[in-house]
Write a protein that binds this ligand. Structure first.
Ligand code: PHE
Length: 456
């Protein structure tokens, strides 16, 4: 039994909508707008989109269901939940989760800082034509550190306010605004001449690319990153659930909304790319190498839009404000994993946990703010590889060490017996081998990113 003060420190959701929007807010982030469009471009557009969908359906949704089940069933932070289910030998998995939350947020916040900077400078019309030079000036070193700190301060402030007044209120305000901005931008984008070529590139798969191992790993990694899986974020959010809703249905809702947003973001970006002839610049001709594509969106989009004058400045700002909202609701969930561990692991107050871990994350982000190769390496190593590793072990834990309890928890939402059986079969026999193979495929890209960092 937890003491009443411990559960008051933990908190719970006020409404089902609040939980759903917060979970969707975690999933929808820089991953949908910034990562999805450049990885899709790298991976041949439509082929990538198709494979991505397959991974979301076959691996992502079952793993998300597992995380939700573990969270609601244990009612504790992921750090404790894994040992509660599997015994003390599972502690390393809990630490991997906390490390991922910490590590991802450290570089994620640097990128989120850029979105704040570009939104401000966009509306002031202060982004010069030479955006590459400008990006180098504001995207690294002191200016990047400043926006990184500002972004973290906002995130810490919201997390300090707790589940209902912080996480849930932020999601209830920011997510509807984000949807509005996104739809508005997609409509504007559809009016651009030559947009059709963009849609075609995006939507017509070339079959040979479907078998490319790099595109397969990219799609799998992107599914984990975008759905916030493999590091206990969804588990943490579900641990604040008290209701008996169907967790399978919640997983499908969250995953489909996340895909919808990524897909519509592509409908915004690809027509812009083709209308303004940016294909070469963002590497659609296979020109893109993995080195430092991280700044691509920031370098290519603003000058193109600025050629439209005042309207362009408004669109630039709408675009980066939307990215900022998306990043904020994801950053909140990343910090929350660390904070929840500190609250029920070490009995800290929420204030102390948020302030201290947030400050440490600011420090941990400095290498990414100073060196974009470090940022890219962290994104490959933690944001792709470690998430899939976390997902693999979560599936093993749930499928082989806690299946009866998990099935009983799922049954509470009245999932039919055949659906539960299908889920259990996928978690036991499909997810582990597929993730194992994909992890092996992913090794070269991690090694490549480390070598780029070391310059060898
Ligand atoms: N899903 C978020 C995005 O797409 C990133 C994230 C990953 C958030 C893992 C939480 C946990 O940007």
């Amino acid at each position: 039994m937890q003491s009443p003060t411990a559960s008051a420190q933990r908190g719970s959701w006020g409404t089902r909508l609040g939980f759903i929007l917060a979970a969707v807010g975690s999933a929808v982030g820089l991953g949908n707008m910034w990562r999805f469009s450049y990885v899709a471009a790298e991976g041949g557009g439509a082929a990538f989109v198709l494979l991505y969908l397959v991974f979301v359906a076959l691996i992502g949704i079952p793993v998300m269901t597992s995380e939700l089940v573990v969270g609601r069933m244990t009612q504790v932070s992921p750090l404790k939940a894994v040992t509660k289910l599997g015994g003390s030998q599972w502690a390393p998995l809990g630490w991997l989760f906390v490390f991922c939350g910490f590590g991802i947020l450290s570089y994620y916040s640097v990128i989120a800082g850029w979105t704040m900077r570009f939104a401000f400078d966009g509306i002031r019309g202060a982004i010069p034509q030479d955006t590459a030079g400008y990006f180098n000036a504001v995207g690294t070193r002191t200016p990047a550190v400043a926006t990184h700190i500002a972004f973290m301060a906002i995130t810490i402030f919201i997390v300090m306010r707790g589940v209902k007044r912080g996480l849930e209120s932020a999601a209830l305000i920011l997510m509807p605004l984000l949807f509005l901005l996104l739809v508005g931008l997609a409509i504007w984008s559809s009016t651009l001449a030559d947009g059709g070529a963009g849609y075609a590139y995006y939507l017509k798969p070339r079959i040979n690319e479907l078998l490319d191992t790099r595109i397969i790993t990219d799609a799998a990694g992107q599914a984990f990153f975008s759905l916030s899986l493999g590091m206990g974020a969804m588990m943490t959010y579900a641990s604040y659930l008290q209701g008996k809703q169907s967790l399978g249905r919640e997983a499908v809702t969250i995953a489909l909304t996340d895909f919808g947003v990524a897909f519509v973001a592509g409908l915004v970006v690809f027509p812009i790319v083709f209308h303004f002839g940016l294909g070469e610049a963002i590497g659609l001709g296979g020109m893109l190498n993995t080195d430092n594509t991280v700044g691509t969106l920031f370098i290519t989009i603003p000058p193109a839009l600025q050629s439209l004058g005042k309207v362009g400045n408004v669109i630039i700002t709408a675009f980066f404000v939307m990215l900022f909202f998306a990043a904020l609701t994801s950053a909140i969930s990343l910090l929350e994993v660390v904070v929840a561990a500190a609250i029920d692991g070490w009995g800290w107050t929420r204030h102390r946990a948020a302030l201290l871990s947030g400050s440490l994350i600011i420090v941990a982000g400095l290498p990414s703010a100073y060196n974009l190769n470090f940022l890219a390496m962290a994104d490959k190593l933690i944001g792709t590889f470690m998430l899939m590793l976390g997902g693999l072990f979560t599936a093993i834990l749930v499928g082989y060490y806690a299946l009866p309890q998990a099935e009983a928890e799922l049954a509470m939402g009245m999932e039919t017996v055949s659906m539960r059986k299908a889920w259990a079969t996928i978690i036991r026999f499909l997810v582990p081998p597929v993730l194992f193979v994909v992890l092996i495929f992913a090794v070269p890209s991690v090694v490549g990113a480390v070598r780029a960092l070391l310059g060898v």
